[in-house]
Design a protein around this ligand. Structure first.
Ligand SMILES: *Cc1c(COP(=O)(O)O)cnc(C)c1O
Length: 403
């Protein structure tokens, strides 16, 4: 799953190019940098690899989402429809621009349920933000249709699905904008970093300025730049971009290993009739960073988790339902609107309302779901051993809990 498993000479070489000149910043210092522009090179490589017209690197996936929202004009009072199952960064970014996260149910794709999105649209809705969780994708045709009908922005949080495709197009390049994260555990890593991809020049130009204090990057030096709008410092460094440049060249290798390992494990679990699998809108486009699967009931799923824990082999199997990071159930800080600074009144009211919102449709799915992360380093023998142990634990859970 994560590119850090393949750290090697290529990464060291790219980082060393930067260390040789000592120019660690992506802008300026034209003479002493001796032609080394890792961030620009990585942005070009991203455009080529994923088929995006423009790419703006950022300091993280979270800042990429904030940047995309700013560039798309999402702000105070705007509602952003997003799923109840995601990483906390998705709602952090919404809150950061003053907008209101509207959380809705997921379906067996583990992403936005299109009908739940339709039900949540109000006069204030500005954007639909699917989160392509765990290497796979949302039903983008259905969501695009809804966005077109209701004149809404489609922003893809593709942070977890680098290299996944939907009907021949790369995930993250299909909406008005899309983001990847290059944090340490993502499919390709920069240590920390992210990117906004878009096919719209105006959106790109705004991202470019926003990530660098609003600089228009048209002056003869930084002091001569104009500031057509307010911005922040969400810049990536040359050291981080250098790591990403080595990693992106390995992406196809990562994807083919993931797909191979994923299919071996899936075939093993598929022998148990009680096991079912995540619905994937375009099966061929799955990046296969995870194998996500379901057991028939919450009780059986909990028995499986308990059995794996007892044998000390749960590592790499994620039961998101009980996890503090990825699902609405445990996001107490969000539901209680616990913020270090004053949130605006509309945001606060919306967050407190989450305490009583009915998420039983999401619960019914997430309480039966396990995602098994797919390592790049497994030997075929190790996968078989892992699969056999999982199959045994599933069978034991099915026997223990009378359906
Ligand atoms: C990792 C992740 C992010 C944020 O990325 P960082 O680079 O860690 O800030 C956003 N959304 C999702 C779904 C993620 O998994």
């Amino acid at each position: 799953m994560p590119g850090f498993e393949f750290w090697g000479e290529e990464e060291k070489k790219e980082v060393n190019d930067v260390l040789e000149t000592g120019i660690l910043m992506r802008y300026g210092f034209d003479a002493p940098r001796k032609g080394i522009w890792k961030s620009i090179e990585l942005e070009k490589e991203i455009c080529k690899t994923f088929g995006s017209k423009y790419a703006q690197l950022t300091s993280s996936g979270t800042s990429a989402l904030t940047t995309a929202m700013a560039a798309l004009g999402i702000g105070a009072g705007d509602e952003v429809i997003m799923p109840s199952f995601t990483f906390v960064a998705s709602f952090e970014a919404v809150l950061s621009v003053g907008a209101i996260p509207v959380l809705v149910d997921v379906d067996e794709t583990l992403t936005l349920n299109p009908q739940a999105v339709l039900n949540a649209i109000t006069r204030k809705t500005k954007c639909v933000m699917p989160v392509h969780m765990c290497g796979s994708m949302a039903d983008l045709d259905a969501l695009k249709h809804i966005c077109n009908e209701h004149n809404l922005i489609l922003l893809e949080d593709a942070c977890q699905s680098i290299g996944a495709t939907y009907k021949g197009k790369c995930i993250g390049t299909i909406g008005n904008a899309g983001t990847f994260s290059f944090d340490f555990v993502k499919t390709i890593t920069c240590a920390e970093g992210g990117v906004v991809m878009t096919n719209n020049e105006d959106v790109y130009t705004k991202c470019d300025g926003f990530t660098d204090h609003g600089h228009d990057h048209k002056g003869v030096d930084r002091g001569a730049d104009l500031h057509p709008f307010l911005g922040y410092n969400f810049r990536i460094s040359e050291l981080h971009a250098a790591v990403g440049l080595a990693q992106i060249k390995k992406l196809n290798t990562f994807l083919s290993i993931q797909r191979k390992n994923h299919s071996i494990l899936k075939n093993m679990l598929a022998q148990i009739p009680e096991v079912s699998f995540r619905v994937i809108p375009d099966e061929n486009g799955d990046s296969c960073t995870f194998l996500s699967w379901f057991l028939p009931t919450e009780e059986i799923t909990k028995a499986f988790v308990a059995e794996m824990k007892a044998q000390n082999i749960l590592a790499g199997n994620f039961y998101w339902y009980a996890n503090n990071w990825h699902y609405i159930k445990q996001w107490l800080h969000l539901k209680e609107a616990t913020s270090l600074y004053n949130l605006n009144a509309e945001q606060k009211t919306a967050l407190l309302k989450l305490q009583t919102q009915d998420f039983s449709a999401s619960d019914a799915i997430m309480s039966r779901c396990i995602s098994t992360s797919i390592s790049l380093l497994w030997s075929e023998e190790q996968i078989k051993d892992k699969g056999e142990k999982m199959v045994a634990a599933i069978k034991k859970a099915l026997q223990t809990v009378k359906v």
